[in-house]
Design a protein around this ligand. Structure first.
Ligand code: P6P
Length: 336
């Protein structure tokens, strides 16, 4: 008999932390060494640190630029550096992490070549995606991709250059009105919300599914006149069908909305970025894995994003991802 003031502790009301979730997932793999759990645990620790710094950015005067540019030629924000350092320090302390690759670093970071006794991983990340939104109190995010370290490669750094189909895990953290962690390890998508009063990510959905369709598209409308004809024809078609257009200017926010509500997110090639602006290894691939695991589709032009063979760590690709029916409609306009 439950008393009126306490909710009945049924399956729908269980209190499951990310750590409990990860340990229960690990138990499903008898040969697990625990390295993967430690990677995700490090990512969640860094996410809590970054969330706290983002919340206090203006109070701690860490908004704005560093006065330097990163390898992408983008103005580095102070919090880009803070977030990057948090992730490198959290992941660097885990013995199962062999290599790191970050949007903020020119080359991959080889942490350790001797990973005996561990099942070693490569972790790639965009530490603070959309960081320019911070100055206007907009949403920003962290995106991560996890590969198994390939010891067979001649140059150890090439272990980071594996196609998206080889990802063993991927996800993002959205720093918005609440801090949301969405992740997949290849068996569906789980979503957690940070309870800052206890410092834990709590499970809120262990089977996130993207709606099969949604009358909404998300792209920077200023790019449409400079985009290829197929994209222009798609936008014209969508407007005629009464679609809405939503765009936050931060991939994590735009993809999360698409995942929750349905629709399609696009970043086409433009005159400024002929290969597209978004990076394959730590933006497009992890988001593609999340969306596909949730029942959607992710393409770079007419190629499935996760089948694009990488050639360099910061390479850019076009992005079309979201509800399966909506992506199909975009592809039809590109193919015409
Ligand atoms: P634009 C943020 O700078 C970012 O890398 C992604 O988060 C976002 O989707 C895109 O660039 C926004 O680019 O050209 O529309 O400002």
């Amino acid at each position: 008999m439950t008393s009126p003031e306490t909710p009945e502790l049924t399956a729908g009301h269980n209190l499951t932390s990310l750590q409990t979730f990860l340990l229960s997932e690990e138990r499903k793999h008898p040969h697990a060494t625990g390295s993967y759990t430690m990677v995700l645990s490090a990512l969640s620790l860094a996410a809590k640190f970054i969330a706290a710094r983002c919340r206090r950015a203006r109070l701690e005067d860490v908004l704005g630029g560093m006065g330097a540019q990163n390898v992408q030629g983008e103005d580095q924000q102070k919090l880009d550096v803070i977030a990057n350092e948090a992730l490198v320090r959290a992941l660097g302390s885990r013995k199962g992490v062999a290599i790191l690759a970050s949007e903020e670093d020119d080359d991959v970071i080889v942490l350790r070549e001797d990973t005996s006794g561990e099942r070693p991983y490569v972790v790639l990340f965009d530490p603070l995606d959309g960081s320019s939104n911070l100055d206007v109190c907009g949403s920003v995010g962290t995106i991560f991709s996890i590969l198994q370290h390939d010891r067979r490669v001649a140059d150890v750094r090439d272990s980071a250059l594996q196609a998206g189909v080889h990802q063993v895990g991927a996800g993002y953290v959205l720093y918005g009105p609440s801090t949301v962690l969405v992740m997949t390890s290849g068996n569906g998508v789980s979503m957690f919300v940070l309870d800052p009063t206890i410092g834990s990510f709590l499970l809120v959905d262990d089977d996130v599914r993207i709606p099969e369709s949604g009358k909404s598209y998300s792209l920077n409308a200023a790019n449409v006149p400079r985009a290829a004809a197929g994209y222009q024809h798609y936008v014209q078609w969508a407007n005629e069908q009464g679609y809405s257009m939503r765009y936050a200017g931060a991939m994590v926010a735009d993809v999360h909305r698409t995942l929750m509500k349905g629709g399609v997110f696009l970043y086409p090639p433009t005159a400024k970025d002929p290969s597209g602006k978004l990076r394959l290894m730590y933006e497009a691939n992890p988001m593609a894995m999340i969306v596909e695991q949730a029942g959607g589709k992710a393409y770079s032009g007419l190629t499935r994003t996760m089948e694009v063979e990488p050639t360099q760590i910061h390479q850019r690709v076009p992005v079309i991802l979201g509800s399966s029916r909506e992506v199909d409609t975009v592809l039809r306009h590109l193919a015409d």
